[in-house]
Write a protein that binds this ligand. Sequence first.
Ligand code: ZN
Length: 288
Amino acid sequence: MPELPEVETIRLALEQRLIGRRVTSARLHRRDMLVAPGDPPGGFSRAHSDAPPKRVRRADLLQGARITELRRLGKQLAIVGENSVLCVHLGMSGQLLLATDKKPEPLGHVHAEWRFDDGARLLFRDPRRFGGLWTFASLQALREARWSRLGPDGLSLTADQLRVALAGSRRPVKGALLDQKLIAGVGNIYADEALFAAGVHPSRPACSLTSPESTRLAREIRVVLARAIKAKGSSLRDHMTPDGARGAFQLAHKVYGRGGQPCRVCGGKLQAEQIAQRTTVSCPACQR
Ligand SMILES: [Zn+2]
């Protein structure tokens, strides 16, 4: 599942290619992949509603608009046009791909596409359909409706913000890190990697971390996310850059996906267990 570094990799690539470009056409192939203002909460895919979906105006899908900004908070990306904003969540398997006429089309599951005034095409595909698109009149409206529910972004997480997030909770620190309301952008891969780098065991109650430990953990979260962005993210299954390249950070994973293998620091056996309903890998010797 794409986490902060994968989404930031996509944001950086799209920023280079799309800022200042005008959308000449926008097409939505599946209405249930989009949530427009006035739709049932969660959209038509999850609603038990007999009301027929309203037609989506092309202008709300950025048609005719010049792209002014690409923003991100946690795992969510916002494509900002002159008069509307499209928020993209990639869910489990979503991809944003730039296609040129020379390249062959990716096969199937393209739910929306945009054509730009320089001939570029942007495709949103999502085979498993846990992702989606949300339209808003402005960045402010997006913030109020969605981003106000997210915690501070992991890439700039301060020690104080982490202390606030962990305070008063006896649940495992791993579970707290995965909670997007507390910290935005960290998922299973980067939670395990940051906890290992900080020497903190994932099953520790969140509130039991000492002040030096939470300072160290906040720093390791920033560092591991920044290193992963430099490597263009972790490509396990679906993640690729908009140009179709794979990320390389999976080669640098120290614990994620390595249960039962030797620790790269002490040589001991890494342990895999279920914490916060997720497979969690840690080193019993290196993490306290
Ligand atoms: Zn170890």
